[in-house]
Write a protein that binds this ligand. Structure first.
Ligand code: NAD
Ligand code: UD2
Length: 304
């Protein structure tokens, strides 16, 4: 029976991954510092170790017992990384190198890790494939690009099988709506259903490629099941774009409610157009994102 270390397993995406792993009978150990994660997100069968992903001795000890690692722990909010530059860097880049180093010391355990579409910055050459120019606008994106560079080193220099996934904007049940750093879909669904106003930063014409969390999990599993990989990176996206304004209106329509919108200044480092090309990942893993946007929104609304 396989045993996996899942960093960030009490968070949004990590907890869905842990559900899928335990459902197929695998053993799961989660490492999470509970900064945004919650114990109740994770399946009861999972062992939860509370600690820091940049704690080298701890990560090494947990890696030795595992067959491989899904590394999802991060400060996932672009805005929070802007405000907490150095501390988020420690988690987002030092934490990732710590995971690769522990995998190396354990004899080359495979690592599947979360990168982000934020590595592309505001590249207008959409839809973006993996060869598109990377020029992050935020500390968050800069650290994710650093993770990818170290992923190449981990494989090329240290023989650690690994794959990085550039998630575009992931949404679905369990995404925390209550923090100012939460994802836009979680905030809008929560507030519109409660009859509260929402804020759009900028004019609402910025677009995102929203991908459902269940589809993200299928990519993570496929990469690990394929042996871990050779340090390559892949988009996880749908190839379809939605503006933030359309998003607000669609959520209002599906909730039978009005969207009460206030417009505010755009966020620093905010990307205008984020749209990915899923062709490379589809060819490599054959698990295309199949949940269409409205169905995903309905599943998200039903879970509230
Ligand atoms: P999340 O905040 O729900 O999950 C992150 C988890 O990591 C949380 O449980 C948190 O407590 C934990 N964590 C944070 N710092 C830690 C530390 N120092 N040590 C141990 N655990 C720590 O966010 P998410 O949306 O589930 O994101 C998961 C991964 O996917 C992250 O790497 C994120 O950067 C990446 N990602 C997410 C999106 C998205 O749209 N949600 C898009 C691109 C990339
Ligand atoms: C998301 C991910 C991030 C990253 C990136 C990839 C979250 C929280 N962050 O960042 O981890 O990998 O995608 O490019 O999922 N907005 C509003 N009103 C609100 C909240 C947001 O207008 O109340 C706007 C925001 O200014 C942005 C868009 O909605 O233009 C999406 O914002 P977000 O915070 O959900 O995600 P993003 O794209 O900054």
């Amino acid at each position: 029976m396989a045993h996996w270390l899942v960093t960030g397993g009490c968070g949004f995406i990590g907890s869905h991954l842990c559900d899928a792993l335990t459902a197929r009978g695998d053993t799961v150990t989660i490492l999470d510092d509970m900064s945004t994660g919650k114990r109740e997100n994770a399946p009861a069968e999972a062992e939860v170790v509370e600690g820091d992903v940049a704690d080298a001795a701890l990560v090494r000890r947990l890696m030795e017992k595992a067959d491989g690692c899904f590394h999802l722990a991060a400060v996932a909010s672009v805005q929070r990384c802007t405000e907490e530059w150095v501390t988020s860097h420690r988690t987002n880049l030092t934490g990732t190198i710590t995971v690769f180093d522990a995998a190396r010391q354990a004899g080359g355990r495979p690592v599947i890790y979360a990168s982000s579409a934020a590595v592309y910055g505001d590249n207008p050459d959409v839809p973006l494939d993996e060869d598109a120019r990377t020029r992050p606008l935020s500390a968050y994106g800069a650290d994710k690009l650093g993770c990818e560079l170290h992923g190449r080193v981990a494989h090329g220099v240290h023989g650690v099988p690994n794959t990085g996934f550039r998630f575009f904007n992931v949404f679905g049940p369990r995404q925390d709506p209550k923090s100012p750093y939460s994802g836009v879909i979680a905030i809008f669904t929560d507030r519109i259903r409660a009859g509260q106003g929402i804020t759009i930063f900028g004019n609402g014409e910025q677009v995102r490629d929203f991908v459902y969390v269940g589809d993200v999990v299928r990519h993570l599993l496929a990469a690990m099941d394929a042996g871990g990989g050779e340090g390559a990176v892949f988009n996880v996206c749908t190839g379809r774009k939605t503006s933030v304004l359309d998003l607000a209106n669609t959520i209002a329509e599906l909730s039978d409610a009005e969207a009460d919108i206030t417009f505010a200044e755009p966020r620093a480092g905010d990307i205008r157009t984020s749209l990915g090309d899923p062709a490379k990942a589809n060819a490599a893993f054959n698990v295309p994102a199949e949940t269409d946007f409205r169905s995903g929104l309905r599943l998200t609304l039903e879970s509230h």
